[in-house]
Design a protein around this ligand. Structure first.
Ligand SMILES: [Zn+2]
Length: 227
């Protein structure tokens, strides 16, 4: 681990510790109803309106995709604030939400994989933000199977949200390179938002070409078309 990474990790943890300390005086509150909570971003009852917990079989190059939450309202705003307003103190709360969703029966899904990785943010955007959102949200999966940098972006892509699905495919074609061996492995790719799945599927394609036996996806949130 580089010194920069160590400093970043300490800084992040310090931010989270400060938040926990502040919560002694100002308790954490559900982002929807403002009821007091201990963990995550929502209270149990509000979480239900965001929970998706949906498995999708075969999405292009992906065998299965598990979608944890609906990309809507307060959760959508939180992700946008993290990405575009630098509000990274929300990340640990969303990480807890991911953990809460996977802790249930869905957790057995994780047992199906030899390698777990995530869709990499472009180096430019990562440099701007100082962090990689999927890595931060799913970093708790960091057991021996976690290989955060397995996929490398070898080509810049323009933001996809304005493009229609066929153009998205073209835009991401060949944008990933696999770093490391995945021969015969069952790989899981994590991402923060699943829209048309073109980016995740492109990652899956690269992994299959590199010899992966199977590739599936795990999305923290999914856009409305997937519900
Ligand atoms: Zn609530």
């Amino acid at each position: 681990m580089s010194l920069l990474k160590v400093v970043q990790a300490i800084y992040r943890d310090a931010g989270y510790q400060c938040r926990l300390l502040a919560e002694v005086i100002y308790p954490r509150r559900c982002a929807v109803c403002a009821n007091e909570i201990d963990t995550g971003y929502f209270c149990e009852s509000c979480r239900k309106s965001f929970a998706l917990g949906k498995f999708v079989a075969q999405a292009e190059a992906l065998d299965t995709v598990l979608m944890l939450y609906k990309y809507q309202r307060e959760l959508q705003t939180a992700i946008q604030n993290i990405k575009f307003a630098g509000q990274k103190d929300l990340l640990p709360l969303l990480k807890e939400e991911a953990w809460l969703a996977l802790e249930t029966d869905m957790g057995s899904f994780l047992a199906n994989f030899d390698v777990i990785t995530c869709v990499p943010t472009s180096p430019e955007r990562k440099k701007e933000r100082g962090f990689d959102v999927p890595q931060e949200i799913f970093g708790f999966l960091a057991d021996g199977r976690w290989q955060a940098d397995l996929l490398k972006r070898v080509r810049n892509t323009t933001p996809l949200f304005d493009l229609d699905p066929s153009l998205r495919r073209q835009e991401v074609a060949g944008c990933f390179q696999v770093q490391g061996s995945v021969l015969g492995k069952r790989v899981l790719i994590c991402d923060d938002i699943f829209t048309t799945g073109s980016t995740m599927s492109e990652g899956a394609l690269a992994l299959r070409m590199a010899g992966a036996r199977s590739v599936s996806g795990l999305a923290f949130t999914a856009s409305k078309d997937n519900w």
